[in-house]
Design a protein around this ligand. Structure first.
Ligand SMILES: Cc1cc2nc3c(=O)[nH]c(=O)nc-3n(C[C@H](O)[C@H](O)[C@H](O)COP(=O)(O)OP(=O)(O)OC[C@H]3O[C@@H](n4cnc5c(N)ncnc54)[C@H](O)[C@@H]3O)c2cc1C
Length: 298
């Protein structure tokens, strides 16, 4: 059923890099909740895997002296959900993680796996996009490169990571990208549990002191284009605008050039166009509330 040639148990990040260097075709396995499904579907055959799920150096969350949040790539969703700092300062990230799969999946699956798998429906991606998260990726030579999460997804199921030659190490969220913002994430699916998103939307909003003008807004969608996308076209339209119903109603597909929803067995293109509008507006309203604002009556 699982056509595995060899399992390498790595004990440190350097060990992973060494194993990858010596075995060109080796596949990284973190929680295995995507990899093992693909093996079962015979998409990977006669495969060598290197397991990173138990490497303590690659797991955990800490806050640096500048209050940036650093999440190690093999941190399990359950540990993000239960992290006190995340619960206090970034509850929307916990909310997105808490909607993934089932308790069994959240107990084993990792944030790094969710990113590196490249799925267009990955639940952590929209919120990481609006947080402008930075990904720290190490190559076989030990050199680290840093990319914005916006530059990770290159196509459905594809990423800019060089398979077998790069390891995602950390996800960094800078203080300036979460403090003073209100966030929300809306996952539309036909069921509440064990359901991947038909469409997902995350919004981060920063209002002025009087809470009546949008100082900054960041909007991202999943399953509304071939890759999860930040939508700067609508962001530009809304920045500086008064917090009115009219401004919120700007969120509609006609104003979001980045999105190209399509028909799939899960939902039609027309239904997704409707979801872009509805989830966008609802998520924006919740993010406004989280930032202490409410719509002005003209
Ligand atoms: C029943 C079920 C329900 C699910 N429900 C959801 C859901 O609701 N929402 C959702 O978003 N997903 C869902 N998933 C998909 C999956 O659980 C997530 O994508 C999960 O985050 C994958 O993490 P993992 O640690 O298991 O990754 P793995 O399967 O171990 O790896 C996934 C991919 O990432 C690569 N990889 C992992 N870590 C690294 C790293 N540090 N550096 C480089 N490459 C790496 C692997 O080589 C592989 O290609 C579900 C899966 C199942 C089986």
């Amino acid at each position: 059923m699982y056509d595995i040639k060899k399992v390498h148990q790595a004990s440190s990040m350097n060990d992973v890099l060494k194993i990858m260097k010596e075995n060109k075709e080796v596949k990284i396995l973190a929680g295995g909740t995507d990899v093992l499904i693909k093996m079962r579907e015979r998409k990977y055959k006669d495969v060598e895997i290197v397991s990173i799920g138990d490497i303590s150096e690659l797991s955990g969350i800490h806050i640096d002296e500048s209050e940036n949040i650093i999440i190690k790539s093999a941190t399990k969703f359950i540990d993000i959900i239960n992290n006190e700092y995340i619960a206090k300062h970034l509850p929307t990230l916990g909310k997105a993680c808490n909607q993934i799969g089932s308790p069994q999946i959240r107990n084993i699956a990792t944030i790094g796996g969710n990113l590196c798998n490249g799925a267009v429906s990955a639940d952590v991606v929209p919120i990481l996009l609006v947080l402008d998260a930075q990904l720290h990726i190490v190559g076989l030579d030990g050199k680290m490169r840093i990319i914005n999460v916006n530059d990770l997804h290159t196509g459905p199921g594809q990423t800019s990571l060089i398979e077998g030659q790069e390891l995602l190490v950390e996800i960094h969220i800078k203080k300036e990208n979460y403090v003073n913002f209100g966030f929300d994430y809306y996952k539309y699916g036909k069921r509440n549990a064990m359901e991947i998103a038909t469409l997902g939307c995350a919004v981060g909003i920063k209002l002025n002191k009087q809470k009546d003008i949008i100082e900054d807004i960041k909007i991202a969608y999943s399953v509304a284009a071939p890759t999860p996308r930040r939508c700067s076209s609508i962001e530009k339209l809304m920045i500086g605008k008064k917090l009115t119903k009219e401004t919120i109603n700007l969120i509609k597909p006609e104003n979001i050039a980045e999105l190209i929803p399509r028909d799939s067995w899960r939902a039609s293109k027309n239904f997704r166009l409707q979801l872009i509008k509805e989830t966008g507006r609802r998520t924006a309203l919740e993010a406004i509330k989280a930032n202490g604002g409410e719509l002005c009556i003209d």
